[in-house]
Design a protein around this ligand. Sequence first.
Ligand SMILES: NC(=O)c1ccc[n+]([C@@H]2O[C@H](COP(=O)([O-])OP(=O)(O)OC[C@H]3O[C@@H](n4cnc5c(N)ncnc54)[C@H](OP(=O)(O)O)[C@@H]3O)[C@@H](O)[C@H]2O)c1
Length: 259
Amino acid sequence: MDQPTPQTLFSLAGRVALVTGASRGLGWGMARALAGAGARVVLNGRDPATLAARQAEIEAAGGLADVAAFDVRDRQAGDAAIDAIVARHGALDILVNNAAFGVPRDFFDISDDDWRLSLDVALDACFRLSQKAAAGMAARGWGRIVMISSVNARIGRATNTPYITAKAGLEGLTRGMAAELATRGITVNAIAPGYMATDINTVFRAQPGRYDWILNRTPMKRWGTADDLMGATLFLCSDASAFMTGQVMVIDGGMTVVI
Ligand SMILES: NC(=O)c1ccc[n+]([C@@H]2O[C@H](COP(=O)([O-])OP(=O)(O)OC[C@H]3O[C@@H](n4cnc5c(N)ncnc54)[C@H](OP(=O)(O)O)[C@@H]3O)[C@@H](O)[C@H]2O)c1
């Protein structure tokens, strides 16, 4: 094998990636990063029109893109989407499990439906899509699976218990899959972002004092942006991270290393 160079290590030319929840926010940022490194990026979300517009943006910038509109809670739809990607593009090499949302509730107000919905999107769907995608990756002997966790997997916040539980479970799923898939050429890692200014926390940010509370808890004194995840995404989805699996990269402006 040729000696790797920085260019070859981070290149994703010829790779096919699926990013769930890529219609906006962090998923859209990661999709742009992967396309910029040469991957063909399949954009997932639930609204075909939004995804088509995003596909056009990537193509206008010279990248390769496709869309797969489905609800990640739907096992059949997810399986069919992955089969279609492999049929159209020859393989699925990279899966970024990013789609999620929070159901903010006081603990005593959480219904069984709230609980199930949160865990279904943020944890169960990641298991189902990973299982389907990893089968093809294992057959081809190369794969990258990246879970988008949260600092809330390890530090709590009131009114957010189902989300915190899902993210803690996602980090367990990451380690379990990493252990089992390590000899198949597949790495499984997670990114745990801190507080990023996206739609998911628009309501939280708008509550009196919340925006500054997070700002003051963050040593870098700013909220994160989608661009802050681009480097870690390229690292974890490329050959640059070949000897790393089961880990969580925390990208939080220093929030979780200070009291
Ligand atoms: N923002 C933060 O501060 C922060 C911090 C830590 C971790 N995270 C994590 O980062 C990830 C992305 O968050 P974000 O801030 O970018 O959120 P966002 O701006 O609200 O975007 C969420 C994305 O998920 C998609 N989505 C939601 N439910 C879906 C479903 N059932 N099926 C398919 N797609 C679905 C949405 O697409 P459609 O609505 O178009 O279907 C959208 O593209 C999440 O896992 C989140 O937990 C975020």
